[in-house]
Design a protein around this ligand. Sequence first.
Ligand code: LLP
Length: 435
Amino acid sequence: MDDFQYRNGQLFAEEVNINDLVASVGTPAYIYSKRTLTSHYDRLTEAFKEIDPIICYSIKSCSNLHLCKLLAERGSGMDVVSGGELYRAQLAGADMSKVVFAGVGKTDAEIKQGIDAQIGYFNIESEAEFENIAAIAQKMGKTTHAALRVNPDVADPRTHAKTTTGKKETKFGVDIERAKQFFKSYGHNPHCRPTAIHLHIGSPIYSPEPYVQAIKKALLLINDLRADGFTIDALDIGGGFAADYETGQSPAWTEYAQAIIPLVKDKGLKIILEPGRTISANAGILVTEVQYLKTGGSKKFVIVDTGMHHLIRPAMYEAFHFIWPTQVDPTQQPAKRTESPDLPGLELTDVVGPVCESSDVFAKQRPMPPVQRGDLLAIFTAGAYGMVMASHYNTNPFPPEVLVDGDQATIIRRRETYEELVEAEQQTQPVAIYS
Ligand code: LLP
């Protein structure tokens, strides 16, 4: 699962005691484990090695440059969804031929940036977007490649509605029924060559079955397109492999692989994967300090120094993140991360942040060891969609990001200051208005 484990009641990231680390870097702080991040990438690669896929790490899940670099060094490509993410992929030294660019609203500037960078594929989200990319490539005198994102009308019922993307009538992709017409219109375009099919059915997807359903539909389509004389040489099956928010919650990578490989091997297709959270989620925790304890009616609240501005997943998706003190009596060391641990001396607790919103709640009525002001809590599985979704709401600075490697730790993004928070607002300038 990951390298954030308790030893004698003390939480460690690899070989580093979290309380010792936090004594230096303060709270709140995102702390990542290099070993977890890289071993997840390696094990996923190993599980799929029979088909030698292009793995495009989904930068949106956790985009710190240093972490992207670690993956790029191992040969990972990148899945990007904005010019900013493409810029990060370039700075991280990713092989541009292994970059795929998704997103329903790519601007002209972003498209030019992608063509200039010679990325692998634009993942096409609509006919209008394809026409725009082809026109821009033509104007630039260049040729680019595209994967048509088809919407297979498949979903995992356990995926949150806000992160389900593969059903009809979401804004993503082109209905699979329109795919043949798409290729009739654009399949031989010389400036933007549609030579691949892309799927992304949502995330997290907690079993291989929805992938199997979606891939089967895509393969039927690919057969038909080939029969009609179109060249299709790659199938991108998107991201969405699950992470262990609770112990053992996500299928092993080998389970996904065993279901997917037999479907796609020997089909003359390069397979592309876009994993994000399955690599990064368990590689990070958010550490916070207890500020106050209070009661409200019969409830006991623990108020901490981070909130929805640093980790919005509980407020936005009712997402479960396991939360536990970084130092506990060894009898309260959690054997499993679960919503209802069965340990002695736990109390039902609401863990809340300081933001002026009633949704700023990390945990409701959770059995937890009693804590005091000044104690540290770890919010687990926060590596994906944590820091990347942080905001400055209530004028709160971003926390630092720290990377642990064995018994060493490095600040890979420093804590923001109040000065930095207001800096851009201090650079006012008159606007020339031409009528
Ligand atoms: N590929 C595409 C086209 C995507 O849209 C996404 C995620 C991924 C790959 C990576 O999915 P992953 O493997 O990380 O599950 N903020 C939400 C998740 C939004 C996912 C958006 N797209 C959350 O915190 O759960």
